[in-house]
Design a protein around this ligand. Structure first.
Ligand code: ADP
Ligand code: MG
Length: 342
């Protein structure tokens, strides 16, 4: 073998190794466990960049960190507009639009109610009627004034507050998906508390697969598997963040009209799309709206749905059926109009 050929062979075997190299990571962020698996060159560097990106997003959108832009906007409610970057302005603007579209069922100013119930905190409790009555008038997305020209955000009533709990994880996985796309990795998958993004393929050419959580099981129990490529999914349900008092479950998706956790005839809703922020908003909103609304939106162009109702029936958009595998162990079955378990 000539020296030159030897060098070429060595180089190409390095490249093969690099493309097949895998890095994995588990980190705690945004009050949940975040896992990544990335294949290809520089996989561990990309994983580190993704973690930094998600930390930055948490620092910007968390209302629990005093230094965040959101805390600054909240602290200036009824006082003065706060300058924000273009990126933050667009996220806030889209969340105002989501609030409009849902007629305020989803409302980015839900924070006073979220804080009152403190369901994800250390001491969740049922607020008094008076406390709820005092919080409800503060919740109104129409009082979020986004000034495009000056790039400011102003909450026009004192004590109003923004909350991005229903959307920030979807936004974060979207930004990581964009990072994966711009890198030279072969493929990667990120899971952030019910929000998943997948890019590319595994080295053997197969698609990334993610489990759809069994709402009656533990965090490791799935009833179905979904194949993903260049997509994002978000799942919402009442099974993870809740507390129980006198035999009743109080969960973290709150109805801004009543002030109480929303009643839903669904156990979970999964939204699949190419837009992480939209996915996360829709999963929360469809959970609140319930089965009838899911059934009438199964054929949308910009997203697909998988919902599980209280009777254990699955409703699924026909166009993702070929990527969906119901596990043999699943106690749930397809609802009649979408086919049968085979
Ligand atoms: P998770 O955070 O468990 O993934 P969701 O995406 O469904 O679940 O978001 C739930 C969070 O959204 C709550 O913890 C709260 O911060 C916020 N939230 C609750 N109710 C509403 C609502 N009606 N509109 C907007 N945000 C909400
Ligand atoms: Mg959500």
């Amino acid at each position: 073998m000539s020296a030159v050929l030897g060098i070429i062979l060595t180089l190409s075997s390095c490249q093969v190794q690099a493309r097949d190299a895998v890095a994995t990571d588990e980190t705690f962020l945004m009050d949940t466990i975040v896992t990544q698996t990335v294949y290809g060159p520089n996989s561990s560097i990309i994983i580190g960049e993704a973690v930094d990106l998600m930390k930055d997003i948490e620092k910007t959108y968390s209302s629990y960190l005093d230094s965040s832009i959101i805390s600054e906007i909240n602290a200036n409610a009824g006082v003065s507009p706060v300058p924000v970057g273009e990126e933050e302005r667009n996220v806030i603007k889209r969340c105002v639009e989501f609030s409009e579209q849902s007629d305020g069922l989803f409302d980015l100013t839900i924070a006073p109610l979220v804080k009152l119930w403190n369901i994800t905190g250390d001491e969740p409790h049922i607020p008094t009627e008076e406390e709820i009555a005092a919080a409800l008038p503060l919740i109104d997305y129409r009082n979020v004034i986004v000034n495009e020209e000056k790039s400011t955000v102003y909450l026009s009533h004192p004590d109003m507050e923004l909350d991005f709990g229903a959307t920030v994880k979807g936004y974060a996985v979207q930004k990581v998906l964009e990072l994966y796309r711009q890198s030279d990795i072969a493929g990667g998958i990120l899971s952030l508390g019910g929000n998943v993004a997948a890019f590319g393929k595994k080295p053997d050419g197969s698609a990334f697969r993610t489990g759809i959580r069994d709402p009656h099981g533990t965090a490791a129990d799935y009833f179905a598997i979904l194949e993903m490529s260049d997509q994002v999914i978000a799942t919402s349900g009442a099974y993870e963040r809740y507390f129980e008092q006198d035999g009743k479950i109080y969960h973290h998706i709150l109805n801004p009209l009543t002030g109480y956790p929303c009643e839903s005839d669904l156990l979970s809703v999964t939204v699949v799309s190419e837009d992480g922020l939209l996915c996360d908003y829709l999963s929360t909103m469809f959970y609140m709206l319930g089965k009838e609304s899911v059934v009438s939106h199964l054929n949308e162009n910009s997203y697909s749905l998988i919902a599980l109702d209280e009777q254990g029936k699955i409703y699924i958009s026909p166009r993702i059926m070929e990527h969906f595998t119901l596990l043999d162990s699943s106690p749930y079955v397809f609802a009649d109009q979408t086919g049968r378990k085979d």
